[in-house]
Design a protein around this ligand. Sequence first.
Ligand code: CO
Length: 422
Amino acid sequence: MYRTVSKNLLEFLDASPTCFHAVKNMADTLLANGFTQLSEKEPWKITTGGSYFVTRNDSAIIAFTIPEDGIKGFRIMASHSDSPTFKIKEHPEITVEEHYTQLNVEGYGGMPFGPWLDRPLSVAGRIVIKEGDALVTKLVQVDRDLVLIPNLAIHMNREINKGYQYNLQKDLLPLYGDGAAKGTFMQTIAAAAGVEVPQILGHDLFLYNRQKGTIWGVNEAFISSGRLDDLQCAFASLQGFLQGEKKAYAAVHCVFDNEEVGSETKQGAASTFLKDTLMRICACLSMRREAYLVAIANSFMVSADNAHAVHPNHTGKTDPTNRPYLNEGIVIKYNGDQKYCTDAVSSAMFKALCSACGVSLQTFVNRSDMTGGSTLGNISTTQVALNAVDIGLPQLAMHSPYETAGIKDTYDLIKVAAALFA
Ligand code: CO
């Protein structure tokens, strides 16, 4: 059971090298389950009992269902589609002494750089092409070992194991080919997308790790893959959303983009995407603003973004009394400075939900002498003010190109999401 769910998760991760692919895969799953796709550019026709989804920027998605007897409130699970990586710059080719062709990249999000070196990588994302008079977006994935960032030999830097400060512009440029590869990068992208180079008017292209996800350990207790943060939660949210009965409340599966760079984009948690969608749903059902505000006050959001488990080599990095481990339950995240939106009310609601479906809980609070990360819960509640809890699945090596989590935890979150959407 755990194994099957984890295998399905790893398949989703392998098929989702970028946020654009993750959203496309979720949209395809929703279409296969009878959901109707809406466009923000056209008026919506929504009826009670219906199932819909809408995307923004091809990188954020909100799916929702309307109960037969109308909307008394929303039950929302929010996660994010993006992960730290490197973005390919405009005019990316650099030649080195006429013998090497490199790609010029910049960082996207915060990450440890070391694990990106000496492993096969490739390029994926989206391009915008001209087709007749229209601009059309196409997903692209170069499905082969295309680039690699080679380390410097120990003989040329004997000090490297004493700590090394990587320079993004100097140390982390991926090698793409020999001297003869000069001038071919956009041809490679065009060929992978099945278009001609002059058709390409824009691109959002990123590096991705070629190593596929795996289940491992003597008891197969662990899973590792790129992008567990936060596609593990996005996957569990969607599966629970599809499984839940969705009878009493309007159910909302929401995946934002750009969490790793602060969420302040039109498709991020700080944007109006969720608020616009909820307001349009109410407007389409002829609810007045008063009724919308009542529905929001009767709503609950679970912000699901992965959490740090106790690290076996660095146990002292975790708070002395709040210590999450892999495979030991979903993690509720607390922060006195409100980087997490959890409070006494929302944590009580979530605890009641988990105990009703027999799922264990753990807690995470930063050590008082360490500053942690933030997430989407508190950011999105500035747009849509409702009771919300920040939770996550425990993991190691967050933001590495190959992260590690527990085999049981995805299954547990699906169960809780299905109960949230019951
Ligand atoms: Co995250």
